[in-house]
Design a protein around this ligand. Structure first.
Ligand code: ASP
Ligand code: MG
Length: 469
């Protein structure tokens, strides 16, 4: 099989983990053609982001301290992981070169006072540059040929939307397949940095946080992979958060559309565009743990077989959100009201997570993250209060609970089961939404009721028996 394996940062954060990953890759390579995609090692991207923030605040010392911290972490890992002294020495020299470049970049950014999206993407790309060198060297160290390539080097070409770029798939496909085919012939395992590409002028771009998942599916689609495995520290997608529900179970199989819904919640956060490149080629994906390779994880396909019968597959929750009820008599029958509200929020870069409007049109209710609440209320008050809006009512600390599963579509009685069971458990519901796709029934409750609601629905839909049916 042709396999793309993507490792998240936590899977490659200690010498022992890296050695295990290298051994697993070596054993898989006997039967399969492999492409490895890596994230930056845990905390590295966060540190790089903090460097950018420190430069913005003109705190050069802090930025340099963080760069040292990144350097130490990687030097230490290299020393502990790589056994052959010559190989280790060469890796440490390479790291020295990267660190000097990083320090020079910080100097330059401080000097120019320039923290633009473009310079930030270049800065953030250091995390993956370091991690792929380490992983490919660890594979070499156990006697297998491997080279590291950044997203730019392998040929991922994107638009110039720094911080949130999109691949130009036709050019990317040509370049990536050419680069990788020649490595397959040489039996050399490519270790590619996720998250990063370059625009047509060669400027480094990133796909946004968590973008390595997206890199893996882009590359998988370019080389027509048979499967893509996202290796992280969770066993796969679950019926609920196991911290809340003791008998939560691993889902053996889900569809792309269900996985897209689940990716928003849950322990394994997946970059929202990850599934895009898979849809036309219908490449199956597995979500697996690098710490438990005996477990097959969750298979994500275009048309899952077994589980299709289950009406609901999982109940997930996101806590700490704010609910804003926007009211006003003049909103009734006035075209453009919703447009004004949402463009006002969009101009302030506020992401709206849920929306509902009653047919009387006298109120629109939205949910945003608690962290965005203050900004959202402020901008609505200054821009629209007294004009189209008469009153804002705000509730903090609310949880969104979502029931997900394509089997809900056209099934009579799901809603009655949901709200019946919540009533039995004395949970009050503040807002409800269901799109006509019927994939996701979501509602809002108080944070303090969230665990009760999740547990109640997990029981009601017998999700602990999901793979036994
Ligand atoms: N290193 C990047 C991040 O932390 C990309 C990724 O991990 O997928 O967001
Ligand atoms: Mg990550």
């Amino acid at each position: 099989m042709k396999l793309v394996l993507k490792y998240g940062g936590t899977s490659i954060s200690s010498a022992k983990d890296i050695q295990n990953v290298a051994k697993h890759i070596q054993s898989l390579s006997k039967q399969n053609q492999l492409v490895i995609v890596c994230s930056a090692i845990s905390d590295t991207t966060d540190d790089l982001i903090e460097i950018a923030q420190s430069i913005k605040k003109e705190n050069k010392k802090k930025a340099e301290q963080l760069a040292k911290k990144i350097a130490n972490r990687h030097q230490q890992l290299a020393s502990q992981t790589i056994k052959k002294s010559q190989v280790r020495k060469k890796l440490l020299q390479t790291f020295d070169g990267y660190v000097s470049e990083l320090i020079a970049l910080i100097d330059g950014m401080v000097l120019l006072g320039e923290v633009t999206p473009r310079s930030m993407d270049y800065l953030f790309s250091f995390g993956e540059r370091l991690s792929i060198k380490l992983i490919s060297t660890a594979i070499n160290d156990i006697g297998k040929k491997s080279i590291s390539l950044t997203g730019k080097e392998v040929g991922i070409v994107t638009d110039s939307n720094f911080g949130e770029s999109k691949p130009l798939m036709d050019t990317t496909r040509l370049r990536v397949s050419k680069a990788l085919e020649s490595l397959f012939l040489k039996k050399t395992i490519p270790v590619i940095g996720g998250f990063v590409g370059a625009d047509q002028h060669g400027h480094v771009t990133t796909f946004g946080r968590g973008g390595s998942d997206y890199s893996a599916t882009i590359i998988g689609s370019c080389v027509k992979a048979d499967e893509i495995w996202l290796m992280s520290d969770v066993d796969g997608l679950m019926t609920a958060d196991p911290k809340i529900v003791k008998n939560a179970r691993l889902l053996n199989e889900v569809s792309y559309v269900e996985a897209i819904e689940m990716a928003m919640f849950g322990a394994k956060q997946i970059h929202p565009r990850t599934f895009e490149p898979l849809l036309t080629k219908k490449i199956p994906m597995k979500i697996r743990s690098s710490f438990n390779v005996k477990n097959e994880g969750t298979l994500v396909t275009s048309s899952p077989s077994l589980t299709a019968k289950n009406s609901v597959k999982c109940v997930s929750n996101v806590s700490h959100n704010g609910l804003i009820d926007i009211r006003g008599g003049s909103m009734v029958g006035t075209p453009g009201t919703a447009g004004k509200i949402f463009s006002t929020l969009a101009d302030a870069s506020i992401n709206v997570m849920m929306i509902s409007q009653n047919p009387s049109e006298s109120s629109i209710t939205i949910v945003v993250k608690n962290a965005d609440l203050d900004k959202a209320v402020n901008i609505l008050e200054t821009e629209l209060l007294g004009k189209i809006i008469k009153k804002l009512e705000i509730t903090t600390d609310m949880a969104i609970i979502a029931l997900i599963g394509s089997g809900m579509r056209g099934t009579v009685g799901v809603a009655s089961k949901v709200f019946g069971s919540l009533a039995k458990n004395k949970v009050n519901v503040s807002m409800i939404t269901q799109g006509s796709s019927e994939l996701n029934l979501a509602f809002v409750v108080k944070n303090s009721d969230a665990n009760t609601a999740v547990q109640a629905l997990h029981n009601e839909f017998e999700l602990s028996k999901i793979n036994l049916k």
